[in-house]
Design a protein around this ligand. Structure first.
Ligand code: F6R
Length: 262
């Protein structure tokens, strides 16, 4: 696990974009990349920086495939707060990733069984695309990644899940009130995410400090789903000073971020 600490949210976005680029350079050879996409506020600066790399000719998403982390249950796919529409606005239109190459878990169906079956097929679609090269992640104030709320199995696959009251409160800003936030979602599982070749998690603000400390330095435990990143072979966590507030091993992270010279 690599921990990078930026002074400001802008530094975080730039460091995270470098980590995404490095991931594609490391894992993608003469084929279009496969990117895993988070929604929410955290990755917006990163998507802006990736757009600059596209303009500079360092990245090309024109033939890329994208897999969303999650989708609300019960919102029509055309709803402006559905994660499909959010990713079309914030990623496809910004990075030039074709809408037809964007995969999002099915969140709207008449029958529960249809959602559960589609969730099972989502992992198969990721595998059929060759797996995710770089997965972008945010983290909830309760330590969730995707919508894997505290208590979720560390080996879970894409599944239907209930959102906690805290998450619905946190996301009320997109809907007007917590009551309007859907109660359920379909999310990639923690086991699904662990299969991505590189994970790049972005977190800013004091509100994320407890979750970041638990994810990086706490015990590996379902009570902090993001702690599962401790098991990943190539996870990069990029945080600002405020989100780094509770980290105990700061000296080690700062020293490790320096280039190795002999
Ligand atoms: C979104 C997602 C969530 C968010 C998390 C943080 O697709 O999977 O895990 O990353 O809730 O949200 P923000 O960035 O809005 O604080």
């Amino acid at each position: 696990m690599k921990v990078l600490i930026g002074s400001t949210p802008e530094d975080v976005a730039a460091l995270a974009a470098d980590s995404v680029l490095e991931g594609f350079e490391r894992y993608v050879d003469n084929r279009p990349p496969v990117i895993g996409l988070a929604t929410g506020s955290s990755p917006l600066g990163l998507y802006g920086q990736l757009a600059e790399l596209v303009k500079a000719g360092k990245l090309d998403f024109s033939q890329a495939t994208g897999f969303a982390l999650d989708e609300y249950v019960g919102l029509p796919a055309t709803h402006e707060q559905s994660y499909r529409q959010t990713l079309i606005r914030e990623v496809c239109q910004v990075l030039g990733l074709p809408e037809e190459n964007l995969h999002v878990p099915l969140g709207a169906a008449d029958k529960l069984r249809t959602l559960e079956t589609a969730a099972g097929h989502y992992d198969e679609a990721i595998a059929a695309a060759g797996g995710v090269d770089v997965q972008i992640l945010g983290i909830g104030s309760n330590g969730h990644i995707g919508f894997n709320e505290p208590g979720t199995s560390l080996r879970s696959r894409t599944h239907l899940t209930r959102l906690t009251a805290r998450t619905r409160n946190d996301n009320a800003r997109f809907f007007g009130s917590p009551d309007q936030v859907p109660t359920h979602s379909v999310t990639q599982g923690l086991g699904t995410m662990l299969e991505a070749r590189r994970l790049v998690l972005v977190a800013t603000g004091r509100v994320k400090a407890e979750a970041i400390a638990a994810a990086i330095e706490g015990p590996l435990a379902a009570s902090c789903p993001a702690s599962v990143l401790q098991l990943h072979q190539d996870a990069v966590l990029v945080v600002d000073e405020a989100a780094a507030t509770n980290l105990q091993h700061r000296e080690y992270y700062d020293a490790s971020a320096q280039a190795l010279t002999f």
